[in-house]
Design a protein around this ligand. Sequence first.
Ligand SMILES: Cc1cc2nc3c(=O)[nH]c(=O)nc-3n(C[C@H](O)[C@H](O)[C@H](O)COP(=O)(O)OP(=O)(O)OC[C@H]3O[C@@H](n4cnc5c(N)ncnc54)[C@H](O)[C@@H]3O)c2cc1C
Length: 716
Amino acid sequence: MKKMGLLVFIAALAAGFFYFDLHTLLTLDGLKSGLAQFGAWRDDSPLLVGGAFLLLYVIVTALSLPGAVIMTLAAGALFGLLWGTVIVSFASSIGATLAFLVSRYLLQDTVQSRFGGRLKAFNEGIAKDGAFYLFTLRLVPIFPFFLINLLMGLTTIRALTFYWVSQVGMFVGTLVYVNAGTQLGQLESLSGILSPSLLLSFVLLGVFPLIAKKIVDVVKARRVYAGFSKPKSFDRNLIVIGAGAGGLVSAYIAATVKAKVTLIEAHKMGGDCLNYGCIPSKALIKSAKVAHQMRHAENYGLNSSEPTFSFKKVMQRVHDVISKVEPHDSVERYSNMGVDVVQGYAKLIDPWTVEIQRNDGDTQRLTARSIVLATGARPFVPNLPGLDEVGYYTSDTLWEAFAKFDEPPKRLVVLGGGPIGCELAQSFARLGSTVTQVERSARIMGREDEDVSKLAQESLLQDGVILLTSHSAVRCEKDGDVKRLIVEHDEQESVVEFDALICAVGREARLDGYGLENLGIETKGTIVTNDYLETLYPNIFAAGDVAGPYQFTHVAAHQAWYAAVNALFGSFKKFRVDYRVIPWTTFVDPEVARVGLSEKDAKDQGIAYEMVRYELDDLDRAIADSAAKGFVKVLTVPGKDTILGVTIVGEHAGDLLAEFVLAMKHGLGLNKVLGTIHTYPTWAEANKYAAGEWKRAHAPQRILNWLEKYHAWRRG
Ligand SMILES: Cc1cc2nc3c(=O)[nH]c(=O)nc-3n(C[C@H](O)[C@H](O)[C@H](O)COP(=O)(O)OP(=O)(O)OC[C@H]3O[C@@H](n4cnc5c(N)ncnc54)[C@H](O)[C@@H]3O)c2cc1C
């Protein structure tokens, strides 16, 4: 309401300006003809006229009315170069800031809440370099003054910064115009003020800070190399450390574009995903799911039976699966591609030199123009008293260790309610362990919306997992062969006895032991990089889990493209990593898949959204598969079919998500999803029905009412 009042007030002032023909005064001819009269008033009371002029100037610019240029000339003609410049310099900056504030007050919330997600990178850019860009715009008077005020109001730049940068930035332009005003008599037209050569000077002036910044960047970049002597030539174009998803893809890209590249891996090719992460966990999940289906075979009209199996064989299958995928990441495959694969531990010696402690015992030094660090992450082990004494497993150790067991652990504790903890807890529960899962916060999978956690929780409980949410692990105790975990809830301690304990409370980037400290490469939980994945040294890049902010194989591979391309071709063109559409899936049963915003994210970030939800118990295929559980939830821009985020809970959710990932990536809305033929009866139809829900919610009611009347009339 207040905003409406302000808008009406501004509109009234603007209308008055035009109604009383004030705009005709603010032309070159109007100014020239009125100059004698204004001059006489000024002579009578210079202070009053000077003050009134300043006020009028502020009003004209604050209301974004046309005429600021003429008033600047008038200032020169009436008050001379010095006072004219002083008056205009302050009046234009104050007026510009008022226009900026009005625009901010009226529109910024709407713009930021509507487009906040997509403006995130822009806002970050403004926070970092906004003053600098504004200064450049202000220096060159060819950018419309009022437009800069209004647009800047929509950004997140601080008002005070806007004021002083405007005042400083506009000074030279003001001087030129005020000076032109002092010779008003000789001035034939406004275009006469800015001769082509003067205009060029302004453009050069505007470009100057950009060039200066570039030079500063180059000097800064050079400074970090001070004290190191750069090799005259290099053994390699690129050295990649770590052969997980991030390192493999970096090396692959380098070899594809014919660069000479060495890939160094200390342990197993394929990194965590192949050997300790995605692949073994998904193989285990499959066996556990089959066991679950046998136990619930009555759902399919068959006799349910308690699965009998050899746990050793289940774990053997896990290792067989790893072996079958292994060739994709093998030394042979990468060597055949032209990658020089070295097995050994790499250490940065200087920004171009890597020393390798080869697994065959030799030490080797190699130099490269660029280096990609793709050293990954490892399980985080909490500092829990007694943990070392009772012994524990992590994703790094459990696959080997459990493969030796004849039976799954009878009583298994899983510490952690995140994706890895949930996947493992459910799998081992389905394979016969009595699993107690301990999570400090009030719900599992806390990154997702509450309705998602609720469904996942129900599912784990049905599988027999004892879920201790809002429970903190306090300490472990060992009494002979008896192992205990002490947990605390509501300030009350309780005891969980166990045979094996898995730590799945998160993963920490590998940051030590390979020279980051010696080179002073900054780390904050992960290696600190800029938007191009450059570390402190612009020729050293980081990708994957070690760079964050995500910890997924597909994100590591995505970043690897940027790291490798920027490393090899950055002197010509650098690419900022694009994190706009990042999907992920947690492979609990039913699966949980997400891309873009959840409701929680949208609320936390103050982004306006509409939500539609399609329940999978309505889907024919889900009913036929006796798996009618879950939903597709889509967040859209209010009033539009633009997708802000999708969460799917259900069978095949990870695969179903792909359609929305594609849609978001390429700016396709729900109408396009709805207009696409989906095979009947498939799970993919759920996506179309979710789009249908959106369409129904946005049906044009008024037209439908008219159509109802029309059909009634047609029936006679
Ligand atoms: C149980 C589990 C399940 C997971 N499930 C999924 C999933 O379903 N989907 C998904 O997308 N992600 C999943 N992840 C995450 C995924 O495994 C990681 O995001 C991915 O492995 C990151 O790849 P990376 O290349 O960054 O690092 P890594 O795969 O960790 O590779 C880094 C490599 O660098 C090597 N290295 C480190 N330092 C040196 C050195 N100085 N010299 C030489 N070599 C070095 C290491 O030995 C390692 O092999 C899972 C993780 C776990 C633990």
